[in-house]
Design a protein around this ligand. Structure first.
Ligand code: AMP
Length: 113
């Protein structure tokens, strides 16, 4: 299977601004930020999307949220932030490699577009 853009970043074949890395995930700055802070928390083991994560992935999924929460605190997003996972065509997914968006630094609208 061809590598996703995020696998190429994890393997250092493509450069990115990496904000965090551990044994299970990386966090990088989005190349097309939708807010003053826009990070992507990406598992190193490729799962295409949330719908394809099995129940055994629960600890990994939790870890992605814990990392997002830590990064939000480190970045002093004390007025709040938004966590987004786009799943499939209706969800607006463009990269078939699960990732958690962390958006902050501005007031978000609701409902999302
Ligand atoms: P999604 O639409 O939820 O699949 O999100 C994919 C995100 O990946 C988008 O916000 C893109 O801007 C971002 N993206 C795509 N290519 C890169 C890249 N090379 N480095 C950083 N972010 C990227």
């Amino acid at each position: 299977m061809e590598k996703t853009i995020f696998e190429k970043i994890i393997d250092r074949e493509i450069s990115a601004t990496i904000a965090h890395e551990d044994d299970r995930c990386i966090a990088l700055h989005d190349i097309n930020p939708q807010a003053p802070v826009h990070l992507l928390v990406v598992p190193k083991d490729r799962i295409a999307r949330l719908a394809e994560a099995d129940d055994a992935a629960a600890p990994l999924l939790g870890h992605l949220l814990v990392v997002a929460r830590r990064l939000a605190a480190e970045l002093s997003l004390d007025q709040g932030y938004r966590i987004v996972i786009n799943n499939g065509p209706d969800g607006g997914e463009s990269v078939p490699h699960l990732h958690v968006h962390l958006l902050g630094g501005r007031r978000m609208a609701w409902p999302p577009g």
